[in-house]
Design a binder for this molecule. Structure first.
Ligand SMILES: [Zn+2]
Ligand SMILES: [Zn+2]
Ligand SMILES: [Zn+2]
Length: 107
């Protein structure tokens, strides 16, 4: 079972910062290889600054975890999905606004 760090408030990876019905994913950080529910959880727990995944890793790096069914998907799969490919739980489309915290994207 993948461990999710940070200040989680339930077992579906919601945290003290983001905890709506749709906030059900965790992201593995390149810098420390740990899953956190969000950038704030990472920064509160770690002393280093967060690194973003370079674009060339999007297709072959499983760095996003569905908190409902624990399915790990590649960054590209996550970016193209509105729902979890395995359990069909809906993802929060507003996470898109936060991609630059986690992934090297042009926005
Ligand atoms: Zn880190
Ligand atoms: Zn958080
Ligand atoms: Zn799922």
């Amino acid at each position: 079972m993948v461990h999710v760090y940070g200040t989680t408030v339930d077992n579906e990876t919601r945290c003290t910062h983001y905890h709506t019905d749709l906030d059900i994913i965790a992201i593995k950080f390149k810098c420390c290889d740990k899953y956190y529910p969000c950038i704030h959880c990472h920064n509160e727990a770690e002393t280093h600054s967060a690194e973003q995944w370079p674009a060339h890793t999007f297709t072959n790096t499983k760095a996003v975890l569905c908190g409902v069914c624990r399915y790990e998907m590649t960054i590209q799969t996550y970016m193209q999905a509105t729902h979890c490919p395995q359990c069909q739980s809906q993802f929060n489309s507003r996470c898109r606004l936060h991609y630059p915290y986690y992934f090297e994207v042009d926005q």
